[in-house]
Design a protein. Structure first.
Length: 179
């Protein structure tokens, strides 16, 4: 078996203009008080990979340009649409008025396991990721339409925010693409 690695020049990559013009996945990401600049950059890079519509950076979540965000985003801050808001709850209320379905990614009573969650055709989804220590704030969880949880079987029952975002965004992207 010959599996020659591809050079970067062989990969089908969109230009920045092509990315901005491309049809986006009906998915918006909200970062609720994320402390780590590297995590923020990683979420941008994942959002670029799966054509996410927009990222909202809320509360203490840092904003580009910043060298530590750039280090992991690798230019995705230039392609993915983003906006800063001081208050996460106000962003949630705005998106609710825009008829988005809001999903907190959290461990909570009555949470739906990610592998059991089935998106519906023609809906716009918002996934909210919370602070590395405190998670998604309770008022934001309360304002969401549902809570989705990543099943975890080990002893820690927590994942890094960038890893969580990668899992959830990929899962929803792949399910939405099948609709």
């Amino acid at each position: 078996m010959n599996n020659r690695k591809l050079d970067n020049s062989e990969l089908p990559r969109l230009t920045e203009a092509e990315f901005k013009a491309a049809e986006k996945t009906p998915l918006i990401v909200v970062l609720d008080n994320i402390r780590s600049l590297n995590n923020i950059g990683s979420v941008f890079r994942t959002a670029d990979a799966f054509l996410v519509k927009k990222i909202y950076l809320c509360g203490i979540t840092a904003q580009p340009p910043h060298k530590d965000i750039h280090k992991t985003a690798l230019g995705a801050t230039e392609t993915v649409s983003w906006e800063y808001a001081k208050d996460t709850y106000s962003v949630i209320e705005k998106l609710k008025k825009d008829n988005c379905t809001l999903l907190a990614v959290e461990q909570a009573e009555n949470a739906v396991m990610l592998n059991d969650f089935l998106p519906e055709r023609e809906k716009n989804y918002v996934v909210v990721f919370g602070n590395e220590v405190k998670g998604v704030s309770q008022d934001v969880v309360n304002a969401c339409d549902a809570v989705i949880e990543i099943p975890q079987l080990g002893t820690k029952h927590s994942l890094n925010i960038a890893v969580s975002a990668g899992i959830v965004i990929w899962d929803l992207f792949s399910k939405i693409e099948m609709l």
